[in-house]
Ligand binder design. Structure first.
Ligand code: MN
Length: 129
């Protein structure tokens, strides 16, 4: 059961394409946004099952965008995973304190990436790697 819709908010085209390709192979449907602003337009209309949110974005950053998603009745329940190269413990703590549902590291580790997405979507296929 992997036809869920996932919104990828990521300004780096290479990372965005890689994430999209991996998830499409797994059967997920994908929406892409290059900026938080575009992502915030898409989310209430398309009601994705999950959002992957880059932190460093041109314009609004991912933490600000998360707050907007959480402030809107239409999007507040959507799980949001931070998608970031930031591995410093204090950055990671800040990200989790902001209210993200989890953390996806860049560069992508294929197994971890797929497992984290499945878990965020409900864990139904979290066991098979
Ligand atoms: Mn970025």
């Amino acid at each position: 059961m992997a036809n869920e819709l996932i919104l990828i908010v990521e300004d780096n085209e290479k990372n965005r394409r890689l994430a999209r390709d991996i998830l499409q192979v797994k059967g997920y449907r994908i929406l892409e946004a290059e900026t938080a602003e575009i992502g915030l337009e898409l989310a209430p209309k398309e009601k994705p099952d999950l959002v992957l949110m880059d932190i460093q974005l041109p314009g609004m950053n991912g933490i600000q965008a998360l707050k907007k998603l959480r402030a809107d009745e239409a999007t507040r329940a959507i799980p949001v995973l931070a998608f970031t190269a930031s591995v410093m413990p204090q950055d990671r703590r800040e990200i989790m304190e902001a209210g993200f549902d989890g953390f996806l590291a860049k560069p992508i580790n294929l197994k971890e990436f797929i497992a984290s997405v499945a878990k965020a979507l409900g864990g139904a296929s979290g066991g098979d790697a």
